[in-house]
Design a binder for this molecule. Structure first.
Ligand code: SF4
Ligand code: F3S
Length: 361
């Protein structure tokens, strides 16, 4: 395990703010407040595994999400503490020096390091569409991912293939879980993923030595267990039948529901409304745009067009429960989108059935 010389307080974060942050992570993980001191201890501990961050076929949006903060965040410091031994985009080393840093970590910490993967892996034409230092993404993933303690796939490309895998998927792009079978994998989809969820996942691993509870798509339930629609601040307007009809109309200015503007919140599972992005500042629906479903598999094929509303569902209104609405939306959209191939995509993963079971609980 790696020893870090960096203390949270020496990095300019007050004890008070650090504990406040630990309390946020505790709440994100849905743990009792009694875990706050344990989480603080786990983050400050000297015994933390190194991280190798691989970046393949992507836009670097997940790295941007990690780095783009108006000020240094506690999350960044926590990840600094983790000793990211290899990250092509942000590491100072380059060329042979960078490759040898990765090889050293691999040798010294075999089976003990965390592998974070960003971007999809193209397997078409022997993987020629993405190579680093002359090796294909698949070859690197097999070596680095296959010898890790756990793999965390961040962003929709690494988890489900994302945009590169959109029809007709010319490079044969795949997500990590389709390729690696011998190492525990945690999927954190989203375009980009939410860094707070990454931090909470890592903290859970440091604390318990195991991944958090996952759903059938290998997503942590603490982050993907609820639909956007169920926690949305515009939900009361949805129930009251108050919808934005046109961008910039009175309803839009008043913060009414974006369902008629194509919001896919009723079909999307993610904690965006509660955790939000940019240090908890905002999230797409709060900013006035509907959810495009970016954390769902194949959203680029199945949730489009962006501004087409989900089918009209009877039973919407103040009397309807979330369960009834959810079941109706999934059922009807399955019929409508079936023409475009969604049904196959969703049903093949047992998505509808699993979700209906979860709603019953
Ligand atoms: Fe929120 Fe979208 Fe649901 Fe409306 S349809 S309540 S904007 S998630
Ligand atoms: Fe993505 Fe929808 Fe959240 S578009 S970021 S899952 S609000």
């Amino acid at each position: 395990m790696v020893k870090s010389n960096l203390s949270i307080e020496s990095s300019g974060v007050s004890r008070r703010n650090f504990l406040k942050y630990c309390s946020t992570i505790t709440a994100t993980l849905a743990l009792s407040p009694s875990f706050i001191p344990k989480i603080a201890e786990a983050i400050e501990s000297d015994k933390r595994p190194p991280v190798i961050w691989l970046e393949f076929q992507d836009c670097a949006g997940d790295t941007e999400a990690l780095l783009r903060a108006g000020r240094p965040t506690v999350a960044e410091l926590v990840l600094d503490h983790l000793s990211i031994d290899y990250h092509e985009t942000i590491m100072a080393a380059a060329g042979h020096q960078a490759e040898s840093a990765r090889a050293d970590t691999l040798k010294e910490y075999k089976g003990k390091y965390i592998c974070i993967v960003e971007g999809s892996i193209p397997v078409g034409d022997n993987g020629v569409y993405c190579t680093v230092a002359g090796r294909t993404a698949l070859d690197i993933l097999n070596e680095v991912g296959g010898n890790a303690a756990i793999i965390i796939a961040v962003g929709t490309c690494a988890t489900h293939g994302g945009l590169p895998a959109a029809y007709p998927n010319p490079t044969g792009a795949k997500g990590v879980s389709e390729l690696i079978k011998n190492v525990p994998i945690i999927n954190l989809p989203g375009c980009p993923h939410n860094v707070d969820n990454l931090t909470a996942t890592i903290v859970h691993y440091l604390l318990f030595g195991a991944p958090p509870a996952l759903d059938n798509l290998l997503r942590p339930k603490f982050a993907y267990g609820k639909r956007i629609h169920d926690n949305c601040e515009r939900r009361s307007h949805f129930d009251a039948g108050q919808y934005v009809e046109k961008w910039g109309d009175d309803g839009h200015r008043l913060g009414w529901c974006l369902y008629k503007m194509g919001c896919k919140g009723p079909e999307t599972f993610h904690n965006c409304p509660t955790v939000r992005y940019n240090d908890g500042l905002s999230w797409p629906v709060m900013a006035g745009h509907g959810c495009v479903g970016c954390s769902e598999p194949a959203f680029w094929d199945t949730m489009m067009p962006i501004y087409r509303r989900l089918p009209n569902v009877p039973g919407f209104g103040v009397e309807a429960t979330a369960t009834r609405i959810g079941t109706a939306v999934v059922g009807i959209s399955a019929i409508v989108f079936g023409v475009h191939g969604i049904v196959t995509a969703i049903r093949s993963r047992g998505f509808v059935k699993e979700r209906e079971e979860e709603f019953k609980e």
